[in-house]
Design a protein around this ligand. Structure first.
Ligand code: GLA
Length: 380
């Protein structure tokens, strides 16, 4: 027997049902770059916070105040996300006293001995802001200025920051125009491309000063993290942390991190270099020829988070948060305690302007400075 035709009421019900099930709901649109106000500097300049999200849900937020990486949320072995960089919830924290959390560092990252150098026969005097030496670009380095920001338009979310460091700023010669592009790739990498040009001979050393804890910021110390540095040599320092000029083999010293080693394994050894650094606070000299290559690999065994660092730079400052002492309160009011983070600041060697045998950090008009560093996150 043929089925009776549906009545009007049944048709109406069917229409409602079909309007619910089709067309299929759109998948939530991934916000790739989200821009929000982050406050004002003490001079009244407005500052923004840009949140970049990749297709895997990995997220980083970056402010154009000092080009600082404010958050970086990456998954662990079990898929749980954690914010792996130290920092603050608001701009105020960054304006206050803090050890360069997440910042872009320049014009000269790391130390210049006796706060002076000679270039083309002329002596340049810098601010002595670290004992007798100059550290991280002086009193107002690139970490404390407002960068111009422009959102990228490529497939992967990116943020372009530019800054013009004027001739004579912090004692350095030449108008230096700097561009830094942060890209959050779909391979879960935070890629940092630096370029710069000058109108007079100058020196430069650009880096990023993110403080990492792969267990999550504010979660204890980093002594159980295992680190591998692809460096057979390091640059030993004097008691003011200025390189002596020697490139010393790491073999047989606490600086042999060529095989995965717990950061805590030798950090308190009775070794003069370790004592000068109060732990690790040394520049390592990468093996390899200057192309983009694996420089470091760090594993946090409990969460399974892995960070690999690739760079075109010749060295890295491996710093183990020896000056953190719980006095700085970061995100959520957490006290950032002794050795609760490590830094891998890819760089040219400290005090290169005074060390003619170190790779040159001089940039001349007409030349283009270029460097790339990648922080890649995986799990194991
Ligand atoms: C760098 C230096 C350290 C320390 C920190 C900031 O990593 O090498 O000695 O000054 O910056 O506290």
């Amino acid at each position: 027997m043929p089925k009776p035709l549906p009545g009007a009421a049944t048709l109406a019900a069917l229409a409602i049902l079909s309007s619910c099930s089709s067309p299929k709901p759109e998948p939530p649109k991934t916000v790739k770059i989200n821009k929000q106000p982050f406050g004002q500097t003490r001079n009244g300049e407005s500052v923004e916070l840009y949140t970049l999200t990749n297709k895997n849900g990995v997220e980083t937020s970056i402010t154009n105040y000092g080009g600082r990486v404010v958050t970086l949320k990456v998954p662990g072995r079990a898929g749980k996300f954690a914010d792996v960089v130290l920092g603050f919830d608001s701009l105020d924290g960054y304006l206050g006293n803090n050890p360069y959390f997440g910042a872009l560092i320049g014009r000269y990252g790391n130390r210049i001995g006796k706060a002076k150098f000679t270039l083309d026969g002329k002596e340049y005097k810098l601010a002595a802001n670290d004992g007798a030496n100059s550290l991280h670009g002086g009193v107002v380095g690139f970490d404390k200025v407002v960068w111009k920001a422009q959102e990228g338009t490529g497939e992967e979310p990116s943020l372009k920051l530019t800054y013009l460091s004027k001739d004579g700023e912090e004692g350095y010669p030449g108008n230096l125009s700097v561009t830094v592009v942060y890209t959050l790739t779909d391979k879960n990498e935070l890629k940092i491309d630096y370029t710069a040009g000058t109108d007079k001979d100058t020196v430069l050393n650009l880096t990023n000063h993110a403080y990492f804890n792969l267990a999550g910021e504010g979660v204890g110390d980093i002594l159980g993290h295992e680190i591998m540095l692809n460096a057979d040599r390091f640059t030993p320092i004097d008691s003011g942390l200025i390189p002596t000029g020697e490139l010393k083999p790491v073999k047989g010293t606490p600086f042999d991190l060529t095989k995965p080693t717990a950061i805590g394994a030798h950090i308190n050894d009775k070794d003069q270099q370790i004592q000068f650094g109060k732990g690790y606070d040394h520049n390592f000299v990468f093996n390899g020829g200057g192309g983009l290559a694996l420089a470091a690999r760090v594993v946090e065994p409990k969460s399974g988070r892995v960070m690999e660092v690739l760079t075109t730079q010749p060295g890295v400052q491996f710093y183990t948060g020896n000056f953190l002492d719980g006095s700085v309160h970061g995100k959520g009011g957490k006290a950032y305690s002794y050795r609760s983070a490590f830094c891998l600041e890819t760089q040219h060697f400290p005090d290169s302007p005074n060390k003619p045998d170190f790779p040159s950090v001089v940039l001349k008009p007409g030349e283009k400075f270029e460097s790339t560093t990648i922080y890649r996150f995986t799990t194991q």
